[in-house]
Structures are given as structure tokens and as C-alpha cells.
Design a protein around this ligand. Structure first.
Ligand code: ADP
Ligand code: GLC
Length: 481
């Protein structure tokens, strides 16, 4: 049986700030069910230790002079053996894993995630004193990039896979920080971790990994060119033969409208008319007018430029005038939060904005809305549009990254052949977004056509089965070579 060490900085339900946690919380369990012997390695954040039963001790370790412990727990809702790296840098840090309450990155993030990398590399190369070592080390995003670079220093090493969930975060630190981390000096090179005078953690994965994956086929193509590659397009196109796009799957138990415990009314393809009760409940909960003569548009996500806020804000009044009601759940940049909140105050019947991280409300919006808005400027995969499809909530997306790979625009042709699942616009342009929304509204009034598109959307299979098989194939290719 192949042994897999899967390393991430967050995994649902223990700790989540975005889609990475959804993936790290669901893919390892599917791989385990398919026969892999999996260990998930996560930092033991204070919040995690407070939310679980006392974990078992796996090992006391010393890594680079730092005493730490590896604890073992089960990822809740799965049978995945989860190893927690316990050290004060993680376990005595309340709040968000990456930043303080004002959104400023923790000043010692380089030290914190380098510790995770050193421990991952020690386990991977059999230098941690454990009686388990992996055949494959699979790391995710910048927090874990140097784990791959460190692992490749050893002759006796597992095969390595590095997944890019987003290139927007590269883990960039200055030269002084690099020196403080006491990495091998040859890592300070353009062909290693150095990136325009800084140390880039993500390059550890991109330069050294046996295989690089990213979370959709289209994003794999986009990052080999400018601007998608964000300055790394040269390196990525050089490594094109080792770069694979594998679409994310969704946890079809957590995101299932037929059994979702957060909903006032569960529903399935056979009872999709029942979805309306969720809309009525959400309108009441958020103080919106209880109207059933116009679509309800939902948006859940980080309120940052990536998510297309610059396309929404200039045409907010036109959006509401379609007419629609609009519900937004998210946290992010203060300027976006303030503008959205102000607009909701002026339009209390039509618009509600909740500036919070709220798992329950995210599910209720997916179930209640008619249209899900996701006009991202770039989107490596995107999970919310996949949840929306499953909930019969038609996604309105820009044709980019994983959104382009997963949503089929409704037009006469796709409506006729039954492939339409949502609404897609091309350019990052507010007028194009508005035109797509107007098309969506017009279709909403044709209730039987709308119902058919909902059923098309709900019958798409974005569960992990196929994508997990592709990871298994990749692990096999890597270990066979
Ligand atoms: P990204 O990882 O870029 O933020 P994704 O669409 O891949 O985007 O994943 C976002 C995940 O985070 C989804 O599961 C979404 O429901 C969740 N999410 C984002 N913001 C919030 C919020 N404010 N409250 C609850 N869930 C949220
Ligand atoms: C990142 C991306 C998002 C992707 C998620 C999980 O946060 O922004 O598009 O779905 O990772 O892979």
C-alpha cells in the first residue's frame, strides 16, 4: 500500500479560511478510501487544540534545535490519521492562522511555516525517528513549498507533488529573514527560492517537486503565461511537462442539499421546488422584503480584488434594479466591506451584507439563492460555484480558471442540448457582468426553462472520485519513475 504524507496549513473542519481547507479536509479521506495509507500533517493551532479531544502523543522531536511534539487525532467526519505539529509558534497564537485581527500577517510567519516544512521534510526523509515514512510527499501552497526543497536535499527521499491552489500568495520574505531561517545558502538563487530579491516559499515547491499540480486544467494553462503566472510564468512553462491541472472535487456529504443540517428545508432534484422555503427563510432571517417576484442573488467569499469586487461595486445600483435581491457574506478588505455595508443600509429591502465568517449562513445562502455571483478576475478552481451547481443555484461567473472549466453558459444552443448550467461572461468588465445578470433575470421568469437548467446543474458530478483517481495515477507515475 502506498503511504502518503499530505501537508497543508488548514483543513476543514479543524481550521478553515478558504478553499484550501475544503480540499485538504476532503481529498485525503477519498484517497484513504481508495487504499492509500494517509497521514495529514497540520499545525496544531491554538483553535484546533481547543476544539478537539486530547490528542495522542506520536513523538517528541527536536528539529533544528526546536523542541516540538507530533500529536495524533482523527480529522472529524473521516478516518484520516491527522498529525498535529505542536509548538508555541502555533499553539499559543489565538485567532486567524495567518494574520492578526487587523489583517496584518503575523510577523513570524516565515519561522512558523518553515518549522512546518522542516518537520514535514524530516518525516518524509525518515529523519524524524518515526516508524512510518511516506512514498509520496504531497504539499500545498506557499506554506509548504520549502518542505519539498528540503526533502530534495536527501538522496533517500519520497517522490514529491506540490499543488498550487493560488499563485497570488507566494510566501515572500526579505533577505534578512532568509538568513535567519538558516537554509542552505544555495537556496538563495534564481534557480531555487530567490525571486526578484526576495525569498519565495512557493518556489520551493515549483522548482523542486517531481510533479506540480494545480486545481483546474484552465488555470494550469493560464499560469504558464502572463499575467496569470504573476512573474512565475517562465519557470512554470519550463516545467510544463511536470505540471498537471486536476480539478478540485467537493465533499458531497458536507455539501448535499438533500441532507444539509443547516437548511430549514432539504431538497433534491425530485423536490427542487422546496428550495423556495429556504429563500423565504433567508429573507426573513436577514430582514429582506419577502418577495418572490424576483431572483435572489448570493455571494459568499473573501471580499478581495480577486473575487471581482471591482466589477460589482460600480454597477451595484444597476444590479439591484434588474431587479434582484442581493445577499453577500464575506470578510476582506475594509474598503469593500464599507462600500457594501453602506449600500445595504440604503437598500434594506433589497440587499443584505453580513461581514463575518459563518459556515451555517454560507450553506443557507447556497440553498436560498437563485443565482450565485462569482465574477472573479482569476480563479484557480473555485468551490462555491460547484456547491451552487449542486444546490440548483445557477452560478454567474467569469470565464476564467476553474470557473471556465465547470460552468456552461445558458444560450439557445446549450439550452437546447441540455448542457446549460449557469451564466458566463468573458471580459473583466462591469457592463459584461451586468449583461449576464440581465440574461439570468430574463431566464428566471421562464420558470420551466429555469427549472431545466437547475436540474442540469444539480446532475453534474463534481465529487472527488474522478479527480482523486487522477492524483492516484500521478502518485503512481511519480513512484514508478
Ligand atoms: P478561495 O479559496 O479563493 O477563498 P473557494 O471558492 O475555493 O475560494 O473557497 C472558498 C471557501 O470558503 C468555500 O467553502 C466558501 O463557502 C468558504 N467561505 C468563504 N468566505 C466565507 C464566509 N465569510 N463564511 C463562510 N464560508 C466562507
Ligand atoms: C484557492 C483558490 C481557489 C481554489 C482553492 C482550493 O484559495 O483561490 O480558486 O478553489 O484554493 O483549491
Amino acid at each position: 500500500m502506498d503511504r502518503l504524507l499530505f501537508v497543508a496549513s488548514e483543513a476543514y473542519p479543524l481550521i478553515k479560511t478558504g478553499g484550501l481547507a475544503d480540499v485538504a479536509g476532503s481529498l485525503p479521506e477519498v484517497l484513504r478510501q481508495k487504499g492509500m495509507d494517509v497521514r495529514l500533517l497540520l499545525p496544531a493551532y491554538q483553535h484546533v487544540l481547543e476544539s478537539i479531544d486530547p490528542p495522542a502523543l506520536v513523538a517528541d522531536m527536536e528539529v533544528d534545535g526546536d523542541a516540538l511534539r507530533i500529536l495524533s487525532t482523527r480529522l472529524p467526519g473521516t478516518k484520516v490519521d491527522t498529525w498535529l505539529l505542536e509548538h508555541p509558534l502555533f499553539s499559543q497564537r489565538p485567532g486567524n492562522p495567518y494574520h492578526d485581527s487587523h489583517g496584518a500577517p503575523w510577523p513570524d510567519n516565515a519561522d512558523r511555516y518553515m518549522l512546518l516544512c522542516r518537520v514535514a521534510a524530516a518525516i518524509a526523509t525518515g529523519e524524524a525517528g518515526l516508524d512510518w515514512r511516506p512514498d509520496v510527499l504531497h504539499c500545498n501552497d506557499w506554506h509548504t513549498g520549502p518542505a519539498i526543497a528540503l526533502t530534495h536535499l536527501r538522496e533517500q527521499r519520497p517522490r514529491t507533488v506540490f499543488t498550487i491552489h493560488s499563485l497570488a500568495h507566494m510566501g515572500l520574505f526579505d533577505r534578512a529573514t532568509f538568513e535567519r531561517l538558516r537554509l542552505p545558502q544555495h537556496f538563495w538563487s534564481d534557480s531555487a527560492l530567490e525571486f526578484y530579491g526576495q525569498c519565495s516559499f512557493i518556489k520551493g515547491g515549483l522548482v523542486y517537486a517531481d510533479y506540480i499540480t494545480t486545481v483546474s486544467p484552465t488555470y494550469a494553462t493560464e499560469i504558464c503565461e502572463s499575467p496569470g503566472g504573476m512573474g512565475l510564468e517562465g519557470l512554470l512553462s519550463q516545467r510544463r511537462d511536470r505540471l498537471v491541472g486536476i480539478l478540485n472535487g467537493i465533499d458531497s456529504q458536507v455539501w448535499n442539499p438533500a441532507s444539509d443540517p443547516y437548511l430549514v428545508q432539504t431538497y433534491s432534484q425530485e423536490s427542487v421546488a422546496d428550495k423556495a422555503r429556504n429563500k423565504a427563510a433567508l429573507q426573513a432571517d436577514l430582514g429582506l422584503a419577502s418577495l418572490d417576484d424576483r431572483p435572489l442573488v448570493g455571494l459568499v467569499g473573501r471580499l478581495v480584488e480577486q473575487k471581482g469586487l471591482e466589477l460589482i461595486l460600480p454597477v451595484l445600483a444597476d444590479i439591484l434594479a434588474c431587479p434582484v435581491q442581493l445577499v453577500i457574506l464575506g470578510t476582506g478588505e475594509p474598503r469593500y466591506e464599507q462600500q457594501l455595508k453602506a449600500a445595504a443600509t440604503v437598500n434594506p429591502d433589497a440587499m443584505a451584507v453580513v461581514l463575518a465568517y459563518d459556515e451555517s449562513l454560507a450553506h443557507r445562502i447556497e440553498a436560498a439563492a437563485d443565482v450565485f455571483l462569482m465574477p472573479s478576475l482569476f480563479e484557480p478552481c473555485g468551490l462555491n460555484q460547484l456547491y451552487s451547481l449542486r444546490y440548483g443555484t445557477l452560478p454567474l461567473v467569469r470565464s476564467v480558471g476553474g470557473l471556465a472549466d465547470t460552468v456552461v453558459d445558458s444560450n439557445p444552443h446549450t439550452l437546447a442540448d441540455g448542457s446549460a448550467t449557469g451564466f458566463v461572461f468573458q471580459r473583466p468588465d462591469a457592463a459584461e457582468l451586468l449583461a449576464a445578470l440581465r440574461r439570468a433575470c430574463a431566464l428566471w421568469y421562464e420558470q420551466s426553462v429555469w427549472r431545466q437548467v437547475q436540474l442540469n446543474a444539480m446532475s453534474q458530478d463534481f465529487s472527488w472520485q474522478q479527480s482523486a483517481n487522477r492524483y492516484l495515477q500521478l502518485y503512481n507515475t511519480a513512484t514508478d519513475s
